[in-house]
Design a protein around this ligand. Structure first.
Ligand code: KIV
Ligand code: ZN
Length: 516
């Protein structure tokens, strides 16, 4: 593929994706996701916003140290302190990029920055120059470009390219644009900026009107050669363009695009599930590419057609994006090696023998309760191990629930809280309610439950239930997930998982709010 035909995939799940309320990730979770993205051959991984907090800095640094085959990027406002912090976090990266930005729309310049256009250009140019002290790979974004004046964009982009920016990103920050209009903007910018050929043009679209993917594709059709996107379309508000949709649209409709990505698309479903598991954001069943129904043919006429010739109703092959046939893979008598090999086939790897042993122990426990273990069960099991790996101040020791017709359900929960065992009993409207009350009465977070959802991972009454909860305290939102064949236990695990996240207090700065 020549450079002109290569579409660079810039994944911002770990940065913009993390800006979804409740989607915060720990350093180790970010490293796990980054490894999966690297395996999928994502070109650039935006790992975070290093100045935001010590935790964010360590996460970017950890990803930069670990990843060898993708470029690792850190976000920085057009401020010296941000750029220096990003440069420091990326010091050990095999290939590091600093992504600096400043707002360019009249409303942002006047109301948020309280700066004149001239001051904005000056600050952008000095930010790019400063970033070039750390790396040759510098990206500049004009925040809210989608509502900015095109003449001003031409002016600022020309000057930052002159100052050394190698990627020019055009974000539709508030998801306001329409495909025809946005594609046109990209074409005009590339035609009118005299030194446009010295930079890659990139887009970053938000999904407020459900147009993030359509706008990104319109930009690609008009010459953009980098798309910023996230797994499952995670991101601020309605999210960003979904990586899986961009990649598969460009690949499936090669006839319409003069470019392609270098991604290993068979890793898509695995990455989607990992991100969903870690963040606690479930994937809707009818979500394109990665939803449970994306390749399911319900209507008899469709099934008949697909059996005769797949192309009658399928434009992509499920295997090409990593859907397995969900066959029964292992059972009670399967050994450790068979377990490890199947997980490797599914794209899951363990850091250490200890992690493998722990997952294998969980597998044996599950196999005792459930005869047939499917690929989806294995994925949930690995996610479940990930949930409890790090910074776990609370651990679920045991749970006993009494639920009887005509009686008030009662739950007794035993937890360890910072190593010391504590128990409590509570009653509630149902067994889950009683369990949650007992957990809260031990941990006393003072939080409010905002969302509770259960999803059966496979079919059958012995299926594992995957529970997602969202809790809120003082404006801070966290999600938790847990899986088990017993949905009350799965619920307890999810609640404890959310509380563990809530207890990791860290003040973070939001990149798009003014600095204090
Ligand atoms: O949406 C946006 O404008 C951003 C920038 C920081 C690129 O996320
Ligand atoms: Zn964004």
């Amino acid at each position: 593929m020549s450079d002109l035909n290569k579409l660079i995939i810039f994944d911002t799940t770990l940065r913009d994706g993390e800006q979804s309320p409740g989607a915060s990730m720990t350093r180790d979770e970010k490293i796990r996701i980054a490894k999966a993205l690297e395996k999928m051959r994502v070109d650039v991984i935006e790992a975070g916003f290093p100045i935001a907090s010590p935790g964010d800095f360590e996460a970017v640094q950890g990803v930069a140290r670990t990843i060898k085959n993708s470029t690792v990027c850190g976000l920085a406002r057009a401020l010296e302190k941000d750029i220096d912090r990003a440069g420091e976090a990326l010091k050990e990266a095999s290939s590091g990029r600093i992504h600096t930005f400043i707002a360019t729309s009249p409303i942002h310049m006047e109301q948020k920055l309280r700066m004149t256009p001239d001051q904005v250009v000056e600050q952008a140019v000095s930010a790019v120059k400063r970033a070039r002290r750390f790396t040759d790979d510098v990206e500049f974004s004009a925040e809210d470009a989608g509502r900015s004046d095109i003449d001003f964009l031409c002016r600022i982009f020309e000057q930052v390219i002159e100052a050394g920016a190698t990627t020019i990103n055009v974000p539709d920050t508030v998801g306001y644009n329409l495909p025809g209009q946005f594609g046109n903007t990209i074409r005009l910018l590339m035609e009118r900026i005299p030194n446009a050929d010295r930079a890659i043009f990139s887009v970053h679209c938000h999904n407020d009107l459900g147009l993030a993917v359509a706008n990104s594709l319109a930009a690609v059709a008009n010459g953009a050669r980098q798309v910023e996107c996230t797994i499952n379309g995670l991101g601020e508000r309605a999210g960003n363009a979904a990586l899986e949709e961009i990649v598969m649209a460009v690949r499936t409709r090669r006839d319409q695009f003069q470019c392609d990505t270098g991604l290993d698309t068979t890793q898509i479903v695995h990455c989607s599930r990992m991100v969903s598991g870690i963040t606690g954001f479930p994937v809707q069943p009818n979500k394109a590419i990665v939803g449970a129904n994306a390749f399911a043919h319900e209507a008899g006429i469709h099934q008949d057609g697909v059996l005769k010739s797949r192309e009658t109703y399928e434009i992509m092959r499920a295997e090409d994006v990593g859907w397995s046939r969900n066959r029964m893979v292992l059972g009670k008598h399967s050994g450790r090696n068979a377990f490890r090999v199947r997980l490797q086939e599914l794209g899951m790897q363990f850091e250490s023998e200890e992690e493998l042993n722990d997952a294998f122990r969980r597998f044996k426990e599950l196999a005792d309760k459930k005869h047939e273990i499917f690929d989806d069960d294995l994925q949930a099991l690995v996610n479940d191990a990930g949930f409890s790996a790090e910074n776990e101040r609370i651990k679920l020791v045991s749970l006993r629930v009494c639920s009887e017709t005509g009686e008030t359900p009662e739950a007794t929960v035993v937890l360890t809280l910072d190593g010391s065992e504590q128990a409590d009993t509570a009653t509630g409207g149902g067994p889950v309610d009683a369990t949650f009350r007992a957990i809260e009465s031990i941990v006393q977070t003072g939080s409010r439950l905002e969302l509770y959802s259960v999803n059966a991972i496979t079919s059958g009454t012995d299926a594992q239930g995957e529970v997602t909860v969202r809790v809120q305290k003082g404006g801070r939102i966290v999600n938790g997930q847990g899986a088990d064949t017993d949905i009350v236990i799965a619920s307890a695990k999810a609640y404890v998982n959310a509380f563990n996240k809530l207890l990791q207090k860290e003040e973070r700065e939001h990149p798009q709010q003014p600095s204090v």
